[in-house]
Write a protein that binds this ligand. Sequence first.
Ligand SMILES: [Zn+2]
Length: 394
Amino acid sequence: MFVVDEVVRFTYRLRPGAAAQAALSAEWGRCRWLWNEAVHQQKTGRNPTFCKLSRLLTEARARFAWLREGSQVAQQQTLRTYALALQHSYKVKGRGRPAVKRLRNSLPSLEYTVRGFTIRERRLRLAGGITIPVVWSREMPSEPTSVRVYQDSLGHWYASFVVRRAVEAAPTVDKTIGVDWGVTVTATTSDPAYDLPYLGHRKRCAAELARVQRRMSRRRRPRGNPPSKGYLRAKRQAAELHKKAARQNTHDARQWAKRVVDDHSLIAVEDFTPKFLARSTMARKAADAAIGAARRELIDRGMRAGRKVVLVPPAYTTMTCSQCGTRAKERLGLGVRIFRCGDCGHTACRDRNAARAILATVERDRAGADDVRHVITSLRAGGYARSEPEIPRL
Ligand SMILES: [Zn+2]
């Protein structure tokens, strides 16, 4: 059995005491200030590379005592993340530049490299003298190389460690699969056995969420006043509902992605931009979230297992015959669920045909045809994570 090394994140719940929480919040305040300064630099036309930002950080730390109180590692990492996000936004078409992080709508997130943290007596110790008890829910496979400490919308703190682990290599297989995303069926694949049906986790709680959101708006105080206890309670309820649905989506997506990745060596995925659907009704937004989770899991898992994952632009996939490759003259309306080829007479379910057409595009490309353009862009959940392999796009 082959064993391969892979880089993964292991995430643990943190239980910071009042002092640690205050220290983390203060640290986040300083890092947020630095991030916003970097955004200001970019907006005023100075292209802030990490090199320039580091120099500015040194100057700022010399000038401001309150900035010196914070950890230099966390501050540098904030600027590094910003610089990478900015670079990434130049590379991807239509991507906005990194935005200002406001106190009211950004959640704390701090990054530390090896010299910024240690684990002693089963506690996480961060630079700046912050000590936090960790819930060690599973054994870490190796010494972590970095950690991200963050708070979620429910106010829970987590530490996400980057570690190496040895895993059994995915079995050698030679099946191929094409994946098309949709609203009624989250993922339609070229092989019906691997379809991911839409399970409606977000839609199921939509009514309850709407009720909680109405409660929030009823209890919202005018601008400039501190929020009431009732408002904060309703806000938390809304966050809990969101979180639950998101967890269910991730869970389903993981199980599905594992099955797809284990059985296929080549995975052709429709390069779907979730924003496309999210502008309309609740049901669509819900489907969108499910698609986002499934897509992320499939790509992540496929890459880690060393499978060939190719992103195919969705243009023309629904109007191309998967049997003979002829492109129809007209677009298929959204109501037309059956694809019928005018050339060879092939008939198939619209989404199934699209999934097969996506797969056919990639296989044609592999056979050596040169009518498909290659755009190589790195792509990840975070968008600009370092040391990530690149996914070929067609
Ligand atoms: Zn045809």
